[in-house]
Design a protein around this ligand. Structure first.
Ligand code: ZN
Length: 108
């Protein structure tokens, strides 16, 4: 069997690349603030992008509930695209160590 080695580059679809770029912008120039978690353990974050627009992201450390975001992009994702995640959610998943494994959902 061939070793994964050099060709381990992940095949990311264009829409995902765009979401990852936008997530990078949120991480570099935006602001993420943890809020009080919900009673069921779901974490809540206030994400402010560079333009000052504020969205609320929730993410379940147990990886049972899907992450949510209040932005229009995630609304569209939920309606039409199934599994796509918005840049705000991706930024939160990147930053929070106990949520980071859920980034795999972006790639699958
Ligand atoms: Zn969002």
């Amino acid at each position: 069997m061939a070793a994964a080695g050099n060709d381990a580059k992940v095949d990311i679809r264009p829409g995902e690349t765009k979401a990852l770029r936008a997530a990078r912008e949120v991480l570099r120039r935006g602001h993420i603030e943890a809020q009080k978690p919900a009673a069921d353990g779901v974490k809540k974050f206030c994400v402010t992008d560079r333009g000052g627009k504020m969205e609320t992201v929730t993410a379940d450390p147990a990886w049972v509930k899907r992450p949510t975001c209040t932005c229009m992009q995630q609304y569209v994702n939920n309606q039409f695209k199934g599994t796509d995640l918005c840049p705000h959610i991706v930024a939160v998943l990147v930053r929070e160590e106990d949520l980071r494994c859920q980034l795999l959902d972006v790639l699958l």
